[in-house]
Design a protein around this ligand. Structure first.
Ligand code: PEP
Ligand code: MN
Length: 314
């Protein structure tokens, strides 16, 4: 006699009742709960690494995907100029916040709908995919129309209603690690998206808060192999928010590739000193174009690829 094991996934408001219902079937010998807290994110449930197709590229494959762009969408000119430059250098997607979570309410908080329209223009012109942040469940429908990947910011990584809302859309979701979040809590946050039937979750290590003040955050490089050991989901690194200072961004980006990250998300601005947010950690076009071939060399050493382009036309 052979045994058939059936895995049942989803959320159950009243777990004992479901167990009893299943056990009531004659054919069911035993009902066992999966002991891993993060069930859908774990290798147990999905023995193959997740690959996520976005426009003409794939996240989680051999290529280390580079996403670049400004912290915030400030104007059409700034965004288009950046989009052209990062595309020429080899980026696959454009980042740019239209809704910005700012520590102070008096700082620039993004252009909102206008910013999303600017991103759409950049997408149309360059063919780059778009990633932009969504901060509240109420904005998910609006942002959905413009973005290829939802960005969930560090501050919202445990905003469970927001996670469920983006989960319902089925669109790829980049989950930036919360500032003081354990890796297990991060995996469980992903579970909120996955449990809604959306398998397209990408982790992003962006540094965590420690006692150190020389960098904006402490880049937890170990999070890359650890997350990959625990989960089949791809993981990116964000060297910009980890470093917080331009001179350190390239080193952390290279470290990310060396550690086996599936991609990078890097802040790039035409004129970092005049950026409306995060200028101190943004690369200019030349710095970004210089970095790409260096990343390509490191990628080769870890059996991955980075397809570097060329210096942007000025
Ligand atoms: C950002 O990407 O600009 C951002 C606000 O990042 P984080 O949520 O990681 O702080
Ligand atoms: Mn930023």
């Amino acid at each position: 006699m052979s045994n058939t094991i059936i895995g049942v996934v989803g959320t159950t408001p009243l777990p004992p009742t479901l167990d009893e219902m299943l056990e009531a079937f004659d054919e069911v010998e035993q009902v066992m709960r999966v002991t891993k807290k993060y069930k859908l994110a774990s290798w147990e449930f999905h023995p193959k690494k997740t690959r996520i197709k976005v426009l003409d590229f794939e996240i989680g494959g051999d290529e280390v995907v580079v996403i670049a762009g400004p912290c915030s969408v400030e104007s059409e000119a700034q965004t288009l100029e950046t989009a052209r430059a990062v595309k020429a250098a080899g980026a696959k997607a454009l980042r740019g916040g239209a809704y910005k979570p700012r520590t102070s309410p008096y700082e620039f908080r993004g252009l909102g709908q206008k910013g999303l329209e600017i991103l759409a223009t950049a997408r149309e012109e360059t063919g780059l995919a778009i990633i932009t942040e969504v901060m509240t469940p109420a904005d998910v429908e609006q942002v959905y129309k413009y973005t290829d990947i939802f960005q969930i910011g560090a501050r919202n990584c445990q905003n469970y209603y927001l996670l469920e809302e983006v989960g319902k859309t089925g669109k790829p979701v980049m989950l930036k690690r919360g500032m003081s979040m354990l890796i297990e809590e991060w995996l469980l946050a992903a579970e909120y998206v996955l449990a809604q039937g959306n398998p397209n979750v990408i982790f992003c290590e962006r540094g965590i808060r420690t006692f150190e003040t020389q960098t904006r955050n402490t880049f937890d490089i170990a999070a890359v192999p650890v997350a990959q050991k625990l989960s089949h989901l791809p993981i990116f690194v964000d060297p910009s928010h980890a470093a917080g200072k331009r001179p350190f961004v390239a080193s952390l980006a290279m470290a990310g590739v060396a550690a086996g990250a599936d991609g990078l998300i890097i802040e790039v601005h035409p004129n970092p000193d005049h950026a409306l947010s995060d200028g101190q950690q943004s690369l200019n076009f030349e710095e970004f174009a210089d970095l790409m071939p260096r990343l390509a060399k490191i990628a080769e050493a870890v059996d991955r690829t980075v397809v570097a382009g060329e210096l942007a036309p000025v």
